[in-house]
Design a binder for this molecule. Structure first.
Ligand SMILES: [Zn+2]
Length: 276
């Protein structure tokens, strides 16, 4: 860590101690380090995490079967699959500190052959990348890590569970959702045409950007790649913006948020690189 970063970070004492003592093996997240985000939504508790994760698994498996039948599922031996899985393997040890359920998730990473510029992580940890986002944006590993971190962060912060709870409240009312949970759970599949197609709010997107860049930084992926990533996104989005980006903050806002949070995660990145 440079003195410049220390001055930025305001953690001179902590980083001095960290630098002089052996690095802790624990993945515990020191409360003073990294990005700042608010509490998780309370309303999400109206539906059980298990039911949303189960639905995530089911829908993911349906997609896998469908893609497989169409020859659109890249094989385990594909270098593209191996590349994306390696990045996931680096990121995932830094995920569970954000959600204790995540330690029990059966993480999976697959790549779908599709021109769509998209990637997602289901509640419960099932990750998908489309070849469209990798190829059209010519993503570097650092940029893939930012996207993966972002998608994982949606799952860790249970944004889908929150969205499902809110949709069911609108439909049935809060009391009905909490009492007739079984019935409400039956409606999960109809939310936004599937969990992977869910639209998140802008706050959720900003939260996912911040947590994603921190997870990637701790794994040794350059958080500055978030800036080049969104510059590339704005290039491809010049005509018709891809649908999944439409509810996201503007590229400019995003880049500004990433830039202003770099001082909070660059020291984590530098520490991870120094450990290699
Ligand atoms: Zn998102």
């Amino acid at each position: 860590m440079t003195s410049k970063h220390r001055a930025f970070f305001g953690l001179a004492m902590v980083s001095f101690i960290a630098a002089s003592a052996p690095a802790p093996v624990s993945a515990q997240r020191a409360p003073e380090a990294g990005v700042k985000v608010g509490n998780m939504s309370f309303v999400r508790r109206l539906v059980s995490a298990e039911s949303v994760e189960q639905m995530g698994d089911q829908q993911y498996n349906q997609l896998l079967r469908k893609a497989n039948a169409q020859g659109a599922l890249l094989l385990d031996t594909s270098p593209v699959v191996q590349r994306v899985r390696k990045i996931a393997q680096d990121l995932l040890p830094h995920a569970k500190q954000w959600n204790e359920r995540a330690a029990g998730w059966r993480w999976e990473v697959n790549v779908f052959r599709s021109p769509t510029i998209n990637a997602f992580c289901m509640p419960g940890g099932k990750i998908a990348f489309f070849t469209g986002i990798l190829d059209k944006l010519r993503l570097t590993d650092d940029e893939v890590a930012q996207i993966m971190g972002h998608e994982i962060a949606h799952a860790l912060r249970e944004h889908a569970r929150e969205r499902v709870a809110k949709t069911n409240i609108a439909k049935y009312g809060a009391v009905a959702v909490s009492i007739f949970f079984g019935e409400a759970a039956g409606q999960l599949a109809s939310v936004g045409g599937g969990l992977y197609g869910l639209k998140f709010g802008r706050n959720d997107e900003t939260e996912a950007d911040l947590i994603g860049m921190e997870i990637a930084a701790r794994a040794g992926y350059d958080p500055r790649a978030g800036i080049s990533l969104w510059e590339k996104m704005s290039q491809v989005g010049k005509g018709q913006p891809p649908q999944w980006m439409s509810t996201h903050p503007s590229h400019k806002t995003r880049i500004n948020t990433i830039r202003s949070n770099l001082p909070k995660v660059m020291p984590l990145y530098e520490r991870a690189v120094a450990r290699r």
